[in-house]
Ligand binder design. Structure first.
Ligand SMILES: [Zn+2]
Length: 207
């Protein structure tokens, strides 16, 4: 599979979830960084330090059980003005679970983050789950730039792809997940520096 072709979601994927948010205004020099799977000690805290250096705020799609396990890190995110959001309680795979089970997890995690922003783990869910979430008021957030930080790619390739494909209004997907650590630690500082110097601002999602 040629990943460079897939860095921005193709039409097929967008059409699967047409009411999801894939990017924001292309007119504003604003970038929406998102970090999935945390909060965890050390890596998430390191990310928070990096964001602070650039006065950047971001959105963290949190796994509910990680919130419970790592409350101080979660509280720090909130205190420092970041947006927290819902990535289910146990990083559930939609295709392996019923609509009812999926909704239960989504609602449990919604109670922890206290808002409607939701991103499906693995970027996939059944159409019936998608529809049920919308019905219950969830706002589904996808991305238009995926860094593949969790894959077996070099840190340089990860940074290069992220910078190359990001534009005004992009929603950029990184992970605060140990699998992504080496790539995030290389790519994020370069990314922040590159776009700060170009006059971009980094904001959390408010939808
Ligand atoms: Zn995830």
């Amino acid at each position: 599979m040629n990943k460079s072709l897939l860095i921005q979601p193709n039409r097929l994927l967008r059409n699967l979830y047409p009411k999801a948010v894939w990017n924001l205004s292309r007119k504003e020099k604003t970038i929406y960084l998102t970090f999935d799977d945390g909060p965890i000690p050390e890596l998430t805290e390191w990310i928070l330090d990096e964001l602070a250096k650039h006065k950047a705020t971001a959105t963290f799609f949190c796994v509910g059980q990680n919130i419970v396990k790592n409350k101080p890190v979660f509280e720090r995110m909130v205190r420092e003005g970041h947006q927290v959001a819902n990535h289910t309680v146990t990083h559930i795979k939609g295709f392996k679970h019923s609509v009812a089970e999926y909704l239960l997890q989504a609602n449990e995690c919604r109670a922890l983050v206290n808002n409607n922003l939701f991103r499906p783990p693995y970027g996939r869910m059944k159409r019936a789950q998608y529809k049920a979430l919308l019905k219950q008021g969830f706002k589904i957030v996808m991305w238009d730039v995926i860094t593949y930080d969790y894959e077996n790619i070099s840190p340089e390739a990860c940074a290069h792809k992220a910078v190359k494909h990001t534009q005004n209004g992009s929603i950029v997907l990184f992970h605060d997940n140990i699998k992504a650590e080496a790539n995030v630690k290389y790519a994020l500082p370069l990314f922040l520096k590159h776009f700060s110097e170009k006059g971009f601002v980094f904001k959390g999602l408010t939808l």
